[in-house]
Design a protein around this ligand. Sequence first.
Ligand code: SF4
Ligand code: SF4
Length: 97
Amino acid sequence: MEDTKVKVNIDDKLYLNTYNVDTLPHLAIKDQKICETCKEKTCTFICPARVYEWKDGHVTVGYEGCLECGACRIACSHDNIDWNFTRGGFGIQFRLA
Ligand code: SF4
Ligand code: SF4
């Protein structure tokens, strides 16, 4: 039987989006010391845009690529992400294709 599933490459979809990047970050780690002891580091794999990276003993936040999906806000079991929407006129503009 023929496989009719459509395979979607998320990188191809992300490439369609455009961003009006703010100079002020709308995401921040509240306390890096908590990240140091966080065993799960869920933020580093839950984010579809790979905004968070564990590097040199702390979490970096590449807020410029954020899709504003809110997943990291829910997924951090330590409530350690200061999460806000972008200011009006800034952030992602989704393109459907
Ligand atoms: S999941 Fe939360 S506490 Fe853990 S590394 Fe990420 S931001 Fe830090
Ligand atoms: S809101 Fe979504 S895209 Fe933005 S950093 Fe969190 S998980 Fe990543």
